[in-house]
Design a binder for this molecule. Structure first.
Ligand SMILES: O=C(O)CCC(=O)C(=O)O
Length: 295
């Protein structure tokens, strides 16, 4: 059975979220000044409610279906790793491109709560989609995500005006491998790119003495299912193993401010037509999600 490629639909396709009809309806989703201040100082802000229980259930079910490599929409993924961990005793499921395959994982990009927060955190500018990600750490043997800065994987686009939204589908805790951050590290400049599911602390070799000291005091961002963490694309973060008896699942939405350009003549994502170096990121695969001027 063929699956419709949802990358050609740049609006909600289901009734999982309601698109606001007035400026007043958009207003309710605005982050508070304290949350914006925290983000600018620390490079991340956590505990932002994005999904209710029903929405979480729907997304978890979709994830369960498309994690099967025999799913009919499988070829639409840009990347798919049933296990990306370099440690054979652990498992880290990681995939990019789910927005093309299922209604819910498509519509999370047009969730008004996400869009308003993303625009504010980028500086009240229009928000353009880069790509999505799924992370799934199974019980007991869930693998680590090495400490990294997201932009170190994205230097094929410029300038740095990127934002990540990580949304939990399970309550995340230290025991099941919640995200950890180094507050203020978004001011450190660009560090080398580690292997994403490689050595947890590999990045340490590239830090100066002062940074190493701060690295010893990560902040654990435990959030409830349906809550999100937003982080700056230079904020250093990683996550530990899942040693608990339950899975730790999440989806991630990566966006940038409208106006970011390609810095490569090669395809920017697997299977997506190239955008010439210096040309604006736009089109079918990089839709404009939200423009605050139009609300
Ligand atoms: O889910 C994780 O543990 C890693 C997520 C991550 O690195 C990211 O969202 O940038």
């Amino acid at each position: 059975m063929a699956v419709r490629d949802l990358s050609s639909v740049h609006k909600l396709v289901s009734d999982l979220f309601q698109w606001p009809r007035s400026t007043g309806e958009w207003e309710q989703y605005r982050l508070k000044d304290e949350q914006l201040d925290f983000f600018h100082k620390n490079g991340f802000v956590s505990g932002i409610k994005l999904l209710d229980e029903k929405q979480v259930e729907k997304i978890k079910n979709e994830l369960g279906e498309i994690a099967d490599p025999w799913h009919p929409g499988h070829e639409l993924f840009y990347e798919f790793h049933s296990n990306e961990s370099i440690d054979p005793s652990t498992i880290l499921f990681h995939a990019l491109g789910a927005w093309r395959i299922t209604d819910g994982l498509h519509d999370v990009l047009w969730n008004p709560r996400f869009l308003v927060a993303a625009s504010q955190l980028l500086g009240n500018v229009p928000v353009r989609f880069w790509h999505d990600q799924l992370f799934w750490k199974p019980p007991k043997q869930g693998g680590v995500v090495a400490w990294h800065q997201d932009y170190s994987y994205w230097t094929r686009t410029r300038p740095v005006a990127h934002l990540t939204c990580w949304c939990g589908l399970d309550d995340s805790t230290r025991e099941n491998g919640c995200l950890q951050y180094i507050p203020g590290s978004h001011q450190w400049g660009l560090l080398p790119k580690p292997v994403i599911a490689g050595e947890l602390q590999g990045i340490k070799d590239f830090l100066n003495d002062e940074q190493k000291k701060q690295f010893e005091h990560p902040q654990y961002a435990e959030v409830k299912a349906g809550e999100a963490i937003f982080h700056h694309s230079l904020t250093l973060h990683g996550s530990g193993a899942n040693t608990s008896s339950k899975p730790r699942r999440a989806f991630v939405i990566n966006v940038f401010a409208d106006g970011v350009v390609s810095d490569s003549d090669e395809p920017l994502l697997e299977g997506v037509p190239a955008i010439s170096k210096g040309e604006k990121m736009q089109g079918r695969f990089f839709p404009l999600l939200f423009d605050p001027a139009n609300q």
